[in-house]
Design a protein around this ligand. Structure first.
Ligand SMILES: [Zn+2]
Length: 79
């Protein structure tokens, strides 16, 4: 009986250690999803006055445009 108990506890300890290792290995993967969404700066289209996020706006010099069409129209009107 003594040997059976010893083997039982040994198997239990190995199982617990294996489970702990699996849990520890799974944790770091969750950290990669930490992408802080920063508030996007808004810019105003010179042609139509629409406010759009700077990321989507088209820059031309110091001015911003909401689309390629408005950029061209604004450039054409200057000539
Ligand atoms: Zn526009």
């Amino acid at each position: 009986m003594g040997l059976f108990r010893l083997l039982f506890w040994l198997a239990l300890i190995i199982a617990v250690v294996w489970l702990c290792r699996r849990l520890l290995q799974a944790k770091p993967k969750k950290r990669q999803k930490k992408h802080l969404t920063k508030p996007q700066p808004m810019v105003r289209c010179v042609h139509c006055g629409v406010h759009i996020p700077q990321e989507k706006a088209l820059p031309h010099g110091e001015r911003w445009f909401c689309c390629q069409d408005h950029l061209q129209k604004s450039l054409n009107s200057e000539r």
